[in-house]
Ligand binder design. Structure first.
Ligand code: LLP
Length: 429
């Protein structure tokens, strides 16, 4: 469900026509729908209402401060994975008591920052990290609240680069070794083992891994409690899939049905760390066609967005729907199925200006003939697009705009050439 739709053959975000935004803010441009963001946040809150979960929006998905502020204002906490993300969460108005901190490589400085901020939980991923955290906490006269991140060793569920709960990945403690580690922490003055954390992977399109993972968590919580740990939190991470192609993702209530039994059984406070589910379909990337080109028997659309704006197709062969903002009358307003032949279209590669053959948003995509100046929309670009954007080829990162109803405002200005060199000019000699 999202609030991007065609009205009289013009793509709108809520009540705002996309061409008006492109004219005002330029392209490439990320456009977010506030109604979509809030709809998805409240869909999770409703599906899990029985458990009164702490929803910790995953900052890595899209760390824009205005989006974070919106999340905080609507009851969300934050999942962070670096000192920088903690800074973003706090700057956006996040309450430390609803912040969880995951990641395999937290530094002592990050631990101190998080302890001094009074965050809710550290999701600890190794024995070394656990005792390093204990030492930092002791040095500050504090007790670190800890959830042990466990790798439940489930079958592969998603792209190998983003599957975080199969054997052999760097994340979490192996489920067979957790109890050994937790035993060593019994009575540690700087550590309170208070929860179990799992993040299974992303995106996940079936509830089964959550069912299997949370069943393993129930058993582990029982064992941790019998070691004397006061386990109060069950954190099942993020990973809920979204519709990139058509309607491939289950409803969030299906994920809730898989997870809630473990909450009932353990009596734990449920924590969830959704990112993509909230913001993925709440954003599009708008670009302008620069040139057409035919070479090597292929047709290319060269437009002004590139892999530095949206790296998912390059990195994971990810599929994003792409369609003209103002489709010609020869084609449908928006195809039902982007991969089946579409009348009035020809297969074209959608590429950007970056100097790499891997710079593409889509390959052999059925699109109508387009001309310089035409606008294209790449859908489902709210998650892991701007947050993974770079300045490669010294390209300026795009502007971001938030739409609500018939109003819109800039939430990140387009970078300038001066921004590009800001960290270096002071070092020139
Ligand atoms: N919690 C933890 C500990 C995570 O590592 C992640 C994502 C999340 C929560 C949020 O997952 P979500 O609800 O958004 O699926 N760049 C990749 C995705 C990497 C996900 C990394 N961790 C992509 O573009 O598909």
């Amino acid at each position: 469900m999202d609030h991007f739709h065609y009205r009289n053959r013009v793509l709108h975000c809520e009540d705002v026509a996309i061409p008006a935004l492109a004219a005002e803010y330029g392209t490439p441009l990320f456009v977010y729908s506030q109604a979509t963001l809030l709809h998805h946040l409240s869909a999770i809150q409703a599906a899990f209402a029985e458990a009164h979960p702490v929803i910790a929006y995953s900052v890595k998905t899209n760390g824009n401060l205005s989006i974070g502020k919106l999340m905080a204002e609507h009851g969300s906490g934050f999942d962070v994975t670096s000192g920088g993300e903690l800074y973003r969460a706090l700057t956006a108005g996040g309450s430390p008591s609803k912040i969880v901190f995951a990641g395999v490589g937290k530094t002592a400085a990050e631990m101190r920052y998080a302890l001094e901020s009074g965050i809710m939980l550290f999701n600890v991923e190794s024995e070394d990290e656990l005792f390093a955290l204990g030492a930092v906490a002791q040095s500050l006269g504090k007790v670190a609240p800890v959830a042990l991140r466990v790798n439940p060793d489930l079958p592969p569920k998603t792209h190998a680069k983003t599957d975080t709960s199969v054997k052999g990945v760097k994340f979490g403690l192996d489920i067979e070794t957790v109890l050994e580690v937790s035993q060593k922490a019994v009575g540690h003055p700087g550590l309170a083992i208070a929860g179990v954390h799992m993040h299974l992977g992303s995106p996940i399109l079936s509830a089964e891994p959550y069912r299997a993972g949370s069943a393993k968590a129930v058993e582990l919580i029982r064992q941790l409690r019998s070691q004397g740990h006061n386990i109060r939190f069950l954190n099942m991470g993020g990973g809920f899939g979204i519709h990139y192609r058509r309607l491939e993702a289950p409803s969030v209530t299906v994920f809730a049905e898989a997870i809630l039994p473990a909450v009932r059984e353990t009596g734990c406070q449920l924590v969830l760390e959704p990112g993509r589910f909230i913001v993925g379909n709440a954003g599009i990337l708008v670009s302008t066609v620069l040139y057409n080109k035919e070479t090597g028997g292929k047709r290319y659309i060269i437009q002004d967005a590139a892999m530095n704006d949206l790296i998912r197709p390059t990195l994971y062969d990810a599929f994003h729907r792409i369609w003209p903002v103002q489709p010609p009358v020869s084609v449908t307003e928006q195809p039902e199925d982007y991969e089946a032949p579409i009348a009035g279209t020809v297969p074209q590669d959608v590429v950007g200006p970056v100097c790499e053959s891997g710079d593409y948003l889509a390959k052999a995509r059925n699109l109508p003939p387009l001309q310089a100046g035409d606008l294209l929309a790449t859908f489902s670009a709210g998650a892991y697009a701007m947050s993974m954007a770079s300045n490669y080829n010294a390209r300026l990162r795009a502007a971001e705009v938030l739409v609500t109803g018939s109003t819109h405002r800039l939430i990140r200005r387009r970078e300038t050439f001066a921004d590009l060199v800001a960290c270096e000019v002071g070092c020139l000699r």
